[in-house]
Design a binder for this molecule. Sequence first.
Ligand code: SF4
Ligand code: SF4
Length: 267
Amino acid sequence: MHENSRQMEKGGLTVLNPEDDFRFQCHQNLECFTRCCRDITIFLTPYDILRMKNRLGISSENFLAAHTATMIGSAGLPVKVLKMQADSEKNCPFVTARGCTIYPDRPWACRIYPLQPESTKITQKTGKEYYSIMDVPFCLGLKSDRVSTVAGWIEKQGIPIYREMEAAFKKITMNEVLSNKEITNNEIQQMYYMACYDLDRFRRFVMESTFLKRFEVEPDVVEKIKHNDVELYHFAMRWLEYGLLGQGVLKVKPEIIKAKKEASENQ
Ligand code: SF4
Ligand code: SF4
């Protein structure tokens, strides 16, 4: 660690502020090169999946089927992990002897290494960021003399756009409506899965079902989501806010409300 670092020691853990620095450098000439890309659990965010499937030029359906496994997280909602290969070393499907083949669109977890965000009730309350350095004994990059600041590393690794996208997702997952709740309804789990992870199917759902006949969606938004995955992602989060959290971010068309009312009166 750099001498000027204002790092704190908490229970044996070195906790860094964004302005603190750390030593690390990864390169092809290290004996450990790609050693970290095997037998590892990598949780994928919706934005990770968007970037990875587009880098591979395949649909979200094909990406999810070929490269991910599903686990059930807190609140009973599905979370995705990257599926390692079935070889004896359990290599990541994207690693070769020359490194990561999807490097510009590698997942968030691969980007931020060796940093690890430290989130506790205290850090959440103060709204401050703290990081620790992951303790990976075989990683020779941690023995390097190359010094980076935490903030500089985050910028260099392209983390800000991932954070921005994650904020829209966390607005749903961290919402108090979902805290202390266990969703067991399969239809809701499927709706969440499609909106978060299976964006190409979500696009078909919006464009090809009665969706646009039922909801008031701004014409410019409709145009954008036809081709733009990031816009579609934001719209998917908006749909979840409406459907999962009951927030009025989408409006049902008046004629649909009227027809429903009339139908219930005639029953
Ligand atoms: S230095 Fe660390 S991050 Fe880089 S290849 Fe080696 S183990 Fe992986
Ligand atoms: S996605 Fe790339 S960086 Fe991440 S584990 Fe796989 S090969 Fe390594």
